[in-house]
Design a protein around this ligand. Structure first.
Ligand SMILES: CC(C)(COP(=O)(O)OP(=O)(O)OC[C@H]1O[C@@H](n2cnc3c(N)ncnc32)[C@H](O)[C@@H]1OP(=O)(O)O)[C@@H](O)C(=O)NCCC(=O)NCCS
Length: 181
């Protein structure tokens, strides 16, 4: 599969609508937004809240947001991002990139696209001077865990059983990898 990555232009409404559509899809939302017994911990994503992401790229916390694009059809099929010094990370003592990934079009999942996207995020993290990458996967998100494990990530922590899903609590698992020169 031939894939390209393009920086997301958050000033274009079409881009923000596409992203909001993916992130509000209930089948995706359950994998990326923490849940509690009384519902999601965050309100639904709006076009405005997606547009606001452009302002989150600051000198203190550099952020890179990329569309994953089918290089043949030019369809935008998902997104991936990295943030340097994100408050979410549990890794200490390194310059850490926190990774995010979502393949919005389900027909592209399980075909190696996630692996290519993580490789691209690692390459950009290295360019930004990071020596470690960290990602989270909910305990019930087995495809996400398999993706990171297959790329040499190791389990580095577990924030405890804090998210509710299908009648019980599950962990927020963390995976990490040292970036070699
Ligand atoms: C999780 C996700 C990013 C994985 O990307 P992907 O392109 O489907 O993964 P890949 O095809 O690159 O596969 C990577 C590894 O994961 C495994 N995998 C992928 N999809 C899987 C599935 N549905 N079930 C089991 N394993 C799966 C593959 O077997 C592969 O391992 P291998 O090379 O050892 O065989 C993608 O499924 C997705 O976007 N899901 C919805 C949103 C989400 O969960 N985002 C991640 C939040 S942390």
């Amino acid at each position: 599969m031939r894939i390209q990555f393009t920086e997301i232009d958050f000033t274009l409404r079409d881009n923000c609508e596409l992203i909001a559509g993916w992130e509000n899809d209930p089948s995706i939302r359950v994998l990326v937004v923490p849940q509690l017994p009384n519902g999601n911990t965050r309100p639904p994503v709006t076009v405005e809240s997606v547009q606001e992401r452009a302002t989150r790229n600051t000198p203190d916390r550099i952020r890179v947001d990329l569309f994953i694009v089918d290089a043949v059809t030019h369809e935008k099929i998902g997104l991936c991002d990295l943030s340097v010094n994100h408050p979410q990370v549990i890794t200490r003592g390194n310059k850490v990139a926190w990774l995010g990934l979502l393949i919005g079009n389900p027909s592209y999942r399980g075909k190696g696209v996630g692996k290519l996207a993580v490789a691209e995020l690692e390459r950009r993290s290295r360019e930004l001077g990071c020596d470690f990458v960290e990602a989270g996967a909910f305990e019930y998100n087995l495809p996400s865990q398999r993706l990171f494990l297959s790329l040499g990530y190791e389990p580095i922590g577990d924030k405890g059983k804090i998210f509710f899903h299908e009648g019980r609590y599950w962990s927020d698992l963390r995976f990490g990898k040292r970036l070699l020169e």
